[in-house]
Write a protein that binds this ligand. Structure first.
Ligand code: FDA
Length: 324
């Protein structure tokens, strides 16, 4: 990808903001929580459930964390008011993780406590390798404090992920609740796979590993080989559409979850695949990002992973490859 990807990123960054806004509309629900609610109500009719993300991350002062604390409280209130089938996704660095770990714990604990009042789950998105362990530690520490409405994301591109699955499952048992994905941050080859096929192979293995360990699993991929593998491995384990959660009665079974698993996709990406999964009886969750900082967020994603620019350009010029 290298050169072409970087050229695409360079070109995208030269585009006028209004043009980028037009493209971003597909992938970002809007600027405010009201827009996110409107999008969710519309997609509910397609059988989707949701996880809401307030755009932004890595703040430079702790005071900035207050914005996210307040905004997520607004999201919680909106979920309850509109009776939406939704939970939250948060970026720990937006709560101060890279500035003051203890303060970040306190900020996240406050949010978890507010969410728990309505039995709403909170997913800690996984950011780059600088915060992998700290993010996992938050989840473990919160469970130790009695918050069971929290889980994190593991990235199959990282070599450490298989060991992380074991260590988290050893500590949380059926309370372990993962999102598994390839990982959007391009990490160094000393700690991660860097080519497509090894990443896909690792992701397939991680899905199996999580299921074997009895964890709840959110399969976050739009990639056909990964989705097909997930469907086959679920069937092989007697799980899937119309089947009950084999962990029934276990501590990990929660309101708003699927039968031991769910599929997760980004807003605006491969909607036809998501709708098909949903029609076939699988729980499918759409990741709904919204916020004022959509432009900065989109540009940072392009910097981190030029594949994103390629996907977007492909959707524009070859729409049949990626239906909304
Ligand atoms: P792949 O990249 O091969 O994409 C398959 C096809 O899907 C592409 O050909 C394209 O058509 C379409 N597509 C995929 N991504 C697209 C995009 N951004 N825009 C337009 N089209 C796209 N990562 C991380 O590091 N931490 C996290 O917390 C999360 N959280 C997360 C939540 C959810 C719900 C999803 C779906 C993904 C994430 N990710 C993430 C991102 C993830 O790690 C990965 O980078 C992307 O999902 C792309 O990988 P795929 O497996 O979808 O395959």
């Amino acid at each position: 990808m290298g050169l072409i990807g970087r050229i695409m990123v360079g070109l995208t960054k030269c585009l006028p903001r209004f043009f980028v806004a037009g493209v971003a509309k597909r992938y970002v629900a809007g600027r405010d929580v009201e827009s996110a609610v409107r999008v969710m109500k519309k997609l509910s009719k397609e059988g989707a459930c949701f996880t809401v993300d307030v755009l932004g991350e890595e703040i430079s002062t702790l005071a900035e964390a207050q914005f996210f604390i307040d905004e997520y409280d607004r999201v919680l209130a909106a979920i309850v008011e509109h009776d939406l089938d939704a939970n939250l996704s948060i970026k720990p660095t937006a709560f101060g993780l890279l500035i003051d770990e203890n303060q970040a714990y306190e900020n996240i604990e406050r949010l978890l406590s507010n969410a728990a009042e309505n039995d709403i789950f909170v997913r800690l998105d996984m950011e780059d390798h600088r915060v992998t362990q700290a993010t996992i530690d938050i989840v473990l520490r919160m469970h130790a404090k009695g918050f069971t409405n929290v889980g994190t994301v593991l990235q199959s591109r990282l070599f450490r992920t298989s060991a992380d699955i074991d260590s988290i499952c050893n500590q949380l048992g059926p309370g372990a609740d993962f999102r598994i994905c390839k990982g959007v941050y391009l990490e160094d080859e000393s700690i991660s796979h860097t080519d497509y096929q090894p990443i896909v192979d690792a992701l397939k293995k991680d899905i199996d590993h999580m299921l074997d360990r009895g964890a709840y699993i959110g399969i976050a991929s739009h990639d056909h080989p990964v989705i097909n593998h997930a469907l086959a491995t679920l069937t092989a384990r007697g799980m899937g559409s119309g089947k009950s959660d084999p962990r029934s009665g276990a501590a990990g079974v929660r309101k708003g979850k699927g039968a031991g698993y769910e599929f997760q996709m980004l807003l605006g990406v491969r909607g036809n695949v998501r709708r098909k999964l949903s029609r076939d009886g699988h729980r499918t969750r759409v990741y709904i990002p919204y916020g004022e900082r959509w432009y900065e967020y989109s540009m940072r994603r392009l910097d981190e992973n030029p594949d994103v620019a390629m996907h977007i350009v492909k959707s524009l010029f070859m729409p049949w490859t990626n239906r909304r």
